[in-house]
Write a protein that binds this ligand. Sequence first.
Ligand SMILES: Nc1ncnc2c1ncn2[C@@H]1O[C@H](COP(=O)(O)OP(=O)(O)O)[C@@H](O)[C@H]1O
Ligand SMILES: O=C(O)C1=C[C@@H](OP(=O)(O)O)[C@@H](O)[C@H](O)C1
Ligand SMILES: [Mg+2]
Length: 176
Amino acid sequence: MSEIIALLGYMGSGKSTLGKALATSLKLPFRDLDDQIEAHAGTSIKELFASGGEIAFRKLETQVLTTEVQREQGQVLALGGGTPCYGQNLDILHAAGVKTVYLKLSLVSLLERLKRGRAKRPLIAHLTEEQLEEFIRKHLFERQFYYNQASYVVDVDGLTVEQAVERVARACLYSK
Ligand SMILES: Nc1ncnc2c1ncn2[C@@H]1O[C@H](COP(=O)(O)OP(=O)(O)O)[C@@H](O)[C@H]1O
Ligand SMILES: O=C(O)C1=C[C@@H](OP(=O)(O)O)[C@@H](O)[C@H](O)C1
Ligand SMILES: [Mg+2]
């Protein structure tokens, strides 16, 4: 079976950014599940949430994920923040032999990043800064149950992109 490394973690943890850099470093193709969903739907995530709501988005997410894990060629796949938390998605990943990596970041660091990056994320786009902190605290607590089931948990708090990539690569390549 092909080697697929999937990055998971909360919104803003760096899945898309580190995924691309990790793929370059490992000389593997890179795919972002959100981009694949947008390509499949022919519209943006924002529009998908606006037109069909989160339930429609989650259905499509599982559908596209199922296609992605069946690829023959190895790849680095950046998941969306909610991907491992819905339906059978975690089982789909692990049953296909995908190595999953949880990019773990503190609440403070996530908040700092998401204050600036919330516009393109429909789940938090409408929140004020104060509401954002409350929301992330609770949401992260709920989602950690799923994130902690990843094959590898890598603490990337305070690391540069290069440092984080090295740590993730080491975790995936040199441990069982
Ligand atoms: N060390 C770092 N590692 C990853 N992302 C970082 C880092 N420092 C700053 N960032 C920024 O944090 C944001 C992370 O967003 P992104 O990669 O889209 O995360 P995700 O896909 O997990 O939501 C980007 O704006 C990125 O430029
Ligand atoms: O956490 C979530 O439920 C979501 C995270 C987003 O991806 P990022 O984690 O890359 O922002 C995207 O899939 C969608 O907005 C829903
Ligand atoms: Mg992303």
